[in-house]
Design a protein. Sequence first.
Lengths: 318, 287
Amino acid sequence: MSTTSAETALVPARTRDIAVAGRTDSLRDRMGRRLQHGGWFIAPFLALFVLFVIWPVLRGVYLSFTDANISGVGANFVGLDNYREALDDPLVWDSLGHSAYFTLLVVPCITVLAFLMAMLAHHIERAKWLWRLCFFAPFLLPSTVAANLWQWLFNPGTGMVDHVLGIETPWLTDKAYAMPAVVICTLWWTVGFSFLLYLAALQAIPDHLYEAAKLDGANAWHRMLHITLPMLRNITGLVVALQILASLQVFDQAVVMYDFQPGPEESTRTFVQYTLEEGFTSYRVGYASAISIIFFVIIASVAFARMWLLRKREEGAR
Amino acid sequence: MTTAQIPVKSRTAKPWTPSQIVLTLLGVVVSLVWMAPLAWALFTSLKSETEAVEVPPHWLPKAWTAQAWKAIFDTGNITDWFVNSLVVSVCVTTVVLVVSALAGYGFARTEFRGKGALLALVMTGLMVSPAVLGVPLFTTVQQMGMVDTYWGMILPQCAPAAMVYILYKFFQGIPRELEEAAFIDGAGRWRVFFTIVLPLSRPSLAAVGIFTFIASWNNFLWPYMVTNNPDLMTMPNGIATVMNSYGIQWAQLMAGGLMAGLPLIVVFVFFQRQIVAGVAHTGLAGQ
């Protein structure tokens, strides 16, 4: 941000004149005037942001050092006990593993699927609106509705999936299939979003690149390999990053498909689910806060890793 | 986006090349697979409860009946949930639009002490969500006495760092000359904001509004945490908790699910271009 040039360009002419001509205006006055403008614009957001983002984070940090329960009265300071307990808690590691496993399955599948569907929708010349509608529509359903629907589709006996495929897979009752069932539901439900991002990126590739390549005798495969894929690199980075962050926070589909239980042999208990169980079922708000903070650090590291990678690439490009 | 505007006549001009035939067929197959679950939900909702659970399952109802649809309106509080969803989503969308447009402009075009630090703080806020810090957020809202209230459902959804960031980026892209000209003519900051900046940013505001509405209508986790009273629940929450609690009635559950999902899908059919642009725009802003 080039603050200095921005200031001169931004400050209304009148104020600028005063600032230049009359040194009588103290620095504080000028700052005050700007603060007033900027402050008023940002104030409403800031109020909500402090109340519902900053304060809960600080409160979470504070609570994580106490043995607070849900009522909030009589909390004692317990130092690092909660964190120590979390590191030894097998359920923390299990649930973290389940969320990670889910992420590992979803991210590559969704990226590839979204890309293929976007290529398809981009290259079919007729009824473009139809493909967009069909591929994107599930994204408009609430997560819980998508989950109920797939619970119904996977239901033993009456389930359409097994019936259509002529198989008898114990989707919702066997540990090996429990998480993949959630993954399939998630793919169907959310691929539309990444699909739209890819489609927008495909449409943004200038036609002349392809025409030039055609003149040079590149066939369709080469054009895809040397134009389409490199031009989609940024969007792929974005899709993967957004999906990793969203998938680590998976909760809705998993709990609804397994009736708010941890799934067969507790194989689908996600990390978010575990924090809520600790907080609202066991009423251990202090401990739940501690593991939430750990989770927050994990999410933030992923986000910062992406920023770092982007910056490194930008520097490399220069 | 331009593709959607191609007039009908151009359709006749396109030849059916072999590759187009293959691609179109492939598109039809994938579309059918993608639509089949929705069709299954619809057909299930039009069966009687006993027919719905017949083994083996069959696609079309043998006896079409609106029993399940009638039942959800007669017995449950699904109309309450629908109204609650509408109230919450409309309020959240309105507040988010106002608040994030103001803040985005404030960050893009005004100077004040601590702006850089504040912007960094907002960026960190991108990583906070009810999924990550649900328990501390709940106790905060509990302290404010807003559990089981509309306020408790609405306000925590109204501080979207992401939307502020998107509009901040957009406002930065508006040529300064437009605003400067107005300043020279003696217009104040607020007038410039309302008469020049806002009209120019209509597509971005629409994108943010559309995305916020979809996210809020479909939001499950936060309303689930903050409401226990079935009369206050929103559609996703009511369907997932109340309708799932006493032995699932599949036909009714599917009818309820469709009622929660169909409004957005119908709206999508009519405003496809704007919604596609909105979602893509909002997503792409993360680049």
